[in-house]
Design a protein around this ligand. Structure first.
Ligand SMILES: Cc1ncc(COP(=O)(O)OP(=O)(O)O)c(N)n1
Ligand SMILES: Cc1nc(C(=O)O)sc1CCOP(=O)(O)O
Ligand SMILES: [Mg+2]
Length: 283
């Protein structure tokens, strides 16, 4: 296991351009995009949560414990039931500063009142998703290879806000996602002009190595959903990420000064972290 605090020689190079204004993060060539706090990103699984009420309860308990972003992911609910669940999550997240993203069903972002969507390589193309969502919504894209990053860049760097890369480890939540391993995730981070979160079997022990390769966050399902103590499980991830990055954990359940969709002030200040992400766009 790696030490909790990274040695200086392990730390990635700091971003040279990280001077975001109040609402937007600017990366060279990437256009002016909203910055998103990917630190501990909860992706919901209705079955693991024990049903739709369990999803609502999980989000309600995880957000005050420090989750920074929530994605509603369910491949089985009808659109009507999905919208009903999404609206309940919007109510839970109201005033917390934590955005809600919608997996796959981009057309339901508006009816739910969510802040954006996440699409994969086999979903709606990012140019179409962006056109549907408008310029201010958050859009995430799944990538597995540097080639995927190059293809997304070729479509326009202003289209997406972040990448999800996985599966880091094989996972029962999505067995077909395989097992990329840390080196492949690092190869995607290396070429990405966007912030990157890792997904797939991610646990608290992954925080230090992920931070060391320049990842911007950990995206999890089963490390939170279905855990006997949702708040404690969330805090383990939040504290591990905080130790790995040196950025104090912000409990965004109390969202003063942290409007929806915006990285928390501590995370926007690169000097606050001994382990900021590398200047990916400058590579
Ligand atoms: C943060 C994050 N990363 C990756 C995924 C996977 O998206 P996708 O490849 O479209 O697969 P499904 O989730 O739709 O099964 C994600 N949802 N979130
Ligand atoms: C939704 C999803 N996408 C993946 C990808 O690799 O794209 S892995 C995954 C499931 C992640 O669940 P858990 O945290 O329980 O392993
Ligand atoms: Mg998808």
């Amino acid at each position: 296991m790696r030490p909790a605090m990274l040695r200086s020689e392990d730390r990635p190079m700091p971003r040279s351009d990280a001077q975001p204004d109040a609402q937007f993060d600017r990366q060279p060539g990437a256009g002016r995009r909203r910055s998103v706090d990917l630190s501990v990103y909860l992706v919901t699984d209705t079955e693991q949560c024990g049903g739709v009420d369990g999803v609502v309860r999980t989000v309600r308990e995880a957000v005050p414990a420090g989750v920074t972003l929530v994605q509603l992911r369910d491949h089985h609910l009808s659109d009507d039931d999905f919208v009903a669940l999404g609206r309940r999550l919007v109510d839970v997240l109201d005033g917390t500063g934590v955005p809600l993203l919608i997996d796959d069903r981009v057309h339901l972002v508006g009816p739910i009142g969510a802040q954006g969507a996440h699409v994969g390589q086999d979903d709606m193309p990012i140019d179409r998703a962006r056109a549907m969502l408008g310029p201010d919504a958050i859009l995430g894209l799944s990538t597995q290879t540097p080639g995927h990053v190059a293809a997304a860049r070729a479509m326009g760097e202003q289209l997406v806000d972040y990448l999800g890369v996985g599966a880091l480890h094989s996972t029962g939540t999505k067995p077909e996602a395989g097992d990329l391993g840390m080196a492949t995730v690092a190869s995607v981070v290396e070429v990405s002009p966007w912030p990157v979160c890792a997904i797939g079997g991610v646990k608290a022990d992954d925080a230090a190595p992920l931070a060391a390769i320049g990842c911007d966050g950990m995206s999890v399902v089963s490390a939170i959903c279905g855990q006997p103590d949702i708040a404690a499980a969330t805090r383990r991830l939040v504290d591990a990420w905080s130790r790995a990055t040196g950025v104090p954990a912000t409990h965004t359940g109390h969202a003063e000064g942290n409007p929806v969709g915006q990285a928390s002030p501590a995370r926007q200040d690169p000097s606050a972290s001994p382990n900021p992400s590398p200047d990916k766009a400058a590579r």
